[in-house]
Design a binder for this molecule. Structure first.
Ligand code: CA
Length: 272
């Protein structure tokens, strides 16, 4: 059975429907998943997400361009990434290469779609992807949607934003604190829909441990919750759905005027 969820639109291929908060088995872990996407104060929701519980594949995307184009771009990203990963995994290709190719194929399709827009109006989206395969999780991102790993009391940001502000921090021209208020914070130099990605998409693996929490989220969430919120959340909200509900509500209460989207995955070791 395959199930994918794109935003609040559910597409089911197979025999039955899984609940997102329901547990699903993998070789050594049970994964528990929570998800939420809110339009917030915007007139439409350009964020999108997709979950394939059978393949342990998770995608969050944040469309850019306004009006309908951002929504279309993020929808294309989650649909193409899911489809390409599913197809390539079936051929036993290496999982990191599978994720990389899925990102490149989504980029090419969105570039092509953007070129058909009137007067060259561009179309783009971020994407952050997590694929669990044989006990390893592969993470990839383009743009400024992020992946965080919360392990015990430690919060690790697994992705680097492809924003101009982050590039200035990396070069030493800007401090991380000043980057938060930089006008370049939201200017992206890499995203899906880039005519030239300059280099291959990066894919980084990690080995999950019992109790790990993985958060994939758009900047409407990550800009409005603190690292401390991420650190203390698992103790206060053991249920992943309750936790992501809390984080989204907190981001909106803290003044997020953006779409707010997050997916939480909890790794629980199967007891022998
Ligand atoms: Ca956003």
């Amino acid at each position: 059975m395959v199930q994918s969820l794109m935003g609040d639109r559910i597409a089911t291929v197979g025999l039955a429907t899984l609940t997102l908060t329901g547990a699903t088995r993998m070789p050594n872990f049970v994964l528990r998943v929570g998800k939420r996407s809110e339009k917030g104060l915007r007139t439409n929701n350009e964020d999108n997400f997709a979950i394939d519980l059978d393949r342990q594949l998770f995608v969050v995307a944040d469309g850019m361009g306004g009006q309908e184009r951002g929504e279309v771009a993020s929808g294309m990203a989650v649909e193409i990434i899911l489809r390409v990963v599913q197809a390539r995994l079936a051929t036993k290709e290496a999982p990191d290469e599978v994720v990389r190719q899925a990102m490149h194929e989504a980029n090419a399709a969105i570039v092509e779609s953007g070129q058909m827009q009137p007067e060259g109006r561009c179309m783009g989206t971020t994407a952050v992807v997590a694929l669990q395969h044989n006990g390893t999780v592969y993470i990839s991102n383009l743009g400024d949607s992020r992946a965080y790993l919360i392990r015990g009391c430690d919060v690790h940001q697994l992705t680097v934003d492809h924003s101009v502000a982050q590039a200035l921090v990396a070069s030493g021209a800007l401090t991380p604190e000043n980057a938060r208020f930089s006008p370049y914070q939201h200017v992206l130099h890499k995203f899906l829909g880039c005519a030239d990605l300059h280099s291959a998409v990066e894919v980084h693996p990690f080995s999950p441990q019992h109790g790990d929490r993985l958060l994939l989220a758009t900047d409407g969430l990550t800009n409005h919750v603190s690292e401390e919120d991420l650190r203390i959340g698992p103790n206060l909200y053991p249920d992943p759905q309750e936790w992501i509900d809390h984080l989204v509500k907190k981001a909106l209460a803290n003044g997020s005027r953006d779409n707010v989207t997050g997916v939480v995955i909890v790794f629980e070791k199967i007891k022998a």
